[in-house]
Design a binder for this molecule. Sequence first.
Ligand SMILES: *Cc1c(COP(=O)(O)O)cnc(C)c1O
Length: 375
Amino acid sequence: MSDLPFLPFTRPQLDEDTIAGVVEVLRSGWLTSGPNVLKFEAALSDYFGGRPVRCFNSGTCTMEIALRLCGIGAGDEVITTPLSWVATSNVILEVGARPVFVDVDPVTRNIDLGRIEAAITPRTKALMPVYLAGLPVDMDSLYALAHKHKLRVIEDSAQAIGSRWQGKAIGSFGDFASFSFHANKNITTSEGGCLVLPDASLLPLAEKLRLQGVTRSGVDGMDVDVLGGKFNLTDIAARIGLGQLAQLDTFTQRRRQLAQRYFTLFDQAGALAAQLPPRDFENSNWHMFQLVLPENGIARADFITAMKARNIGVGVHYPPIHLFSLYRALGFAPGDFPVAESIGRGIVTLPLFPAMQDADVDRVVQATLEVLQGK
Ligand SMILES: *Cc1c(COP(=O)(O)O)cnc(C)c1O
């Protein structure tokens, strides 16, 4: 139906310097964790205001390691949102703890901080908020709650690199902050992640958990005193990350401009039969631009199919976690978190990535309006 090229909902952008840098790593003879990981960790630490940072090979294992560093395991509860990528709560199960979901705010689509206190029990050990689409929660309220109830905070900031709170980068303050560098995130290492730690004294354990629990000493000494995994980042990935981090501010600015353009065009078109995202141009890194389709309008599958016929990719982020079979088997059921369920049924992610042209936004808005009006 469309002669225009396919527009995906996101696409990573790698510059020639990064590509040349990766080729150099490939020629260097050192492919896995080495000098580039150390450089990337130092650059990330700079970005996060000098806080300790370690890299891992996914955002998922980064969160799992944060949980382990907090000593969270069997019998513990972690409060989180049902509206996220399933990794957020899978890692809670992975360490033997129980995810306790709290419904989301209908406007921000993030965990509703006002409902957290009612979910706290003597077993609650941590809060694990997610900054959906890069929009942080009210960080002052989050940390006030955590301090009041003496809870750890593991921020699932997977989508929030470049996001801010009162001018400060997310990850530059607070307790643990976990980031993902998956190819769909605002900066990528292809696969990878990093953890900002509250305290440098945790670094040796973080490093052991990252690589089989190994500690080396002297010329040939080696011991294993804790069960670690295989979570280290490669130098190839780290070199991509170094090139990407240098472009983070440019990427974030361009994403904001494109998001602004979406609002301007949707506003010009008048009342929209879908809910727009919160208009935040201070804090959000605009990881995604998401509409929520109305319950009584076009079926989401039909919307996605009609957009695809116009050569436009639309994503779904996310179906609510508690309704997956694995979670239903734990006792969760439809109706438990009605706001997340309603958003989860109608949410769609429109294309947004820094290499998009203004004309691409125009095209997406026009197609969206046509499809919503049943044309
Ligand atoms: C991407 C993502 C993760 C997981 O990151 P990976 O690097 O893919 O393991 C976790 N939580 C959220 C909210 C994400 O968007």
